[in-house]
Write a protein that binds this ligand. Sequence first.
Ligand code: MG
Length: 246
Amino acid sequence: MRILFSLFILFAFAKTIHAQALSDEEMDPRVTEQYTDVPVVTASAKTGGAPSDAIVLFNGTNLDKWQQLDGSPAHWTLGDKAMTVANGGDITTRDSFDNFQLHLEFRTPTVVKGEGQGRGNSGLFLQGRYEVQILDNFNNPTYSNGQAGSIYKQTPPLANACKAPGEWQTYDVIFTAPIFSTKGTLLHPAYVTVIHNGVIVQNHTAIQGTTPYKGRGIYEPHGPGPIRLQDHGNPMSFRNIWLRPL
Ligand code: MG
């Protein structure tokens, strides 16, 4: 008891000393309040729950914001408020982006065909280069750095958060673009955080360059890039895609 009392006295004394060390001006609570950089108001106001300041890349009605890799209009199938891979090749956004927050919903085919990488495969390419794998890994094993939520051929996801085939799933991605010097050397890599169906699967992961199927990835200097969705031959569907530049 006596020890406790002594500790209390010591603590109170130390606090008094600390308070006395600061001037009245420094103790004014307004000194540590900031009124610049006021956060924008972004209540969810658009279809699909997109925040009011988001760029809606796809809301189910048209493919106007997308194109084939050769620049021709995107010709994936449109219907049921979704777009579906139709052997038309990859598509990309017409616009390019730097740092961003992205929301995307995807659905792997209800009718399960194939296994491993051949089952419900697509991909979300950040800045058109760095693939966050989209795959049906619901009871479908494959190499860990190639499963859903992986940075393809680099970093496995922290968890397998896949829903059953045919169910809509979400990716929420926070991407920080790489920075290059004027001479083209890498100053810092790209970083990505990925939340799959509400579960964090990449936590500020450093991306180690491009994500090819064969060989190691590389970094080549580049500026802003598009969002690219992969046609891997499986009838994957997408809906509610929006992005907020950061
Ligand atoms: Mg893929």
